[in-house]
Design a protein around this ligand. Structure first.
Ligand SMILES: CC1=C(CCC(=O)O)c2cc3nc(cc4[nH]c(cc5[nH]c(cc1n2)c(C)c5CCC(=O)O)c(CCC(=O)O)c4C)C(CCC(=O)O)=C3C
Ligand SMILES: [Fe+2]
Length: 343
């Protein structure tokens, strides 16, 4: 199958204070997120001058992908569109149509399955195409890449680098704590065609990174950035509660590795580098946050490799993957069907 473009599809974020509230309204429309939670999150963004780091991270990733494509003879233009803020995906798809693009691949900045991480991006693509109309390009999402060495290896190196910053004399009481975005328990149960895919993939990445980076240390997988109304159960434990339990059990030092994410966006710089760090300080825990793939050359090359899997005849044989979980290019239907939302 021939493709004539790649589009980077991401979450989007505000870049000036007056855009914070309209951005949050886009994110939470129809999702039952209480106003108190929104007011809190407004403050997180305002703490950084109303500028989310995520758009700049996408620009840097775009530049790196373009350079990598050029260096490797991949002749595909690379576009960028977001779910929640400028450049909005529908505007990008209109521009692609105007440029004569007919069939594109989409690289989504989320490695995992699940409604928020995968299906919702597919819905965003469908909605953007519908808004553009009948002559919108066909857009096919690249596969989930939680198991690709280009994603896993930068996390491994980051955990090792973080461990190197901790006191080796305290290694016996050091813990590796992997973290990902919490989601409603109901969404975790319906993630993937058989349920449980988001948590299973995260457990697998935690296992792989731990085995390669610090097999002698105990590790845990916990959750962060809980949203939604308090009466709806989300995945637990929360990172902050977990740090408290660890300190009480005699742990002195933690490396926190955000394997749920591809870059240091607001969930990382606020929820971990600000809030969780504060919790750790209060508990007297030594705390180092491990990095994310960002523009690591292996992660950038992964995008080209994912494209090659889809554009080379018999491309499945090119697949590089770790672990044991099943993987596919195109999700079966029904997949990640959202649970009925509470009124
Ligand atoms: C699984 C998952 C990922 C990882 C996959 C992926 O990367 O896509 C992710 C990423 C992100 N989430 C982000 C921001 C927000 N997420 C929110 C709310 C929510 N997230 C959810 C899940 C996820 N979110 C869910 C189930 C909700 C409840 C509302 C709903 O059902 O949709 C809210 C509303 C306010 C609040 O936090 O309550 C905001 C502002 C940003 C941008 C950060 C920046 O600006 O740098 C990024 C990358
Ligand atoms: Fe989120």
């Amino acid at each position: 199958m021939a493709y004539d473009a790649l589009v980077l599809v991401s979450f989007g974020g505000p870049e000036r204070p007056e855009d914070v509230l309209p951005f949050l309204q886009n994110v939470t429309r129809g999702r039952g997120v209480p106003p108190e939670r929104l007011e809190e999150v407004v403050e997180h963004y305002l703490h950084f001058g109303g500028v989310s780091p995520i758009n700049q991270q996408c620009r840097e990733l775009l530049a790196a992908i373009r350079a990598d494509f050029a260096a490797n003879g991949v002749d595909l233009p690379v576009y960028w569109g977001n779910r929640n803020w400028d450049p909005m995906l529908a505007d990008t798809v209109a521009r692609m149509r105007d440029d004569g693009v007919t069939r594109a691949l989409a690289f989504v900045t989320s490695a995992y399955g699940g409604y928020s991480s995968c299906r919702q991006y597919q819905e965003d693509i469908a909605a953007a195409r519908a808004a553009v109309g009948a002559d919108a390009p066909v857009i096919e999402k690249l596969r989930q890449f939680w198991d690709h060495p280009g994603f896993v290896e930068p996390h491994v190196d980051a955990v090792q680098a973080a461990l190197a910053q901790l006191d080796p004399a305290k290694r016996d009481t050091t813990r590796v704590v992997f973290t990902a975005h919490s989601i409603p328990v109901s969404a975790a149960a319906t993630a993937g065609p058989h349920g449980g895919r988001y948590t299973a993939q995260l457990a697998e990445v935690a296992r792989l990174v731990h085995a390669a980076a610090a097999p002698d240390l105990p590790y845990d997988l916990v959750w962060q950035s809980r949203s939604g109304p308090p009466q709806v159960p989300w995945l637990e434990p929360d990172i902050n509660d977990h740090l408290t339990a660890l300190a009480e059990s005699g742990v002195t030092s933690v490396v926190v590795s955000p394997i749920g994410f591809v870059s240091d966006h607001l969930e990382v710089v606020w929820d971990l580098d600000t809030e969780a760090l504060e919790t750790a300080k209060r508990l007297g825990l030594d705390f180092v946050r491990a990095g994310t793939p960002g523009t690591d050359p292996r992660f950038v090359a992964m995008v080209r490799e994912l494209v090659a899997e889809r554009t080379t005849p018999d491309g499945e044989r090119l697949r590089r993957r770790l672990g044991e979980l099943p993987m596919w290019d195109t999700c079966p239907t029904p997949c990640c069907v959202p649970a009925a939302r509470r009124p």
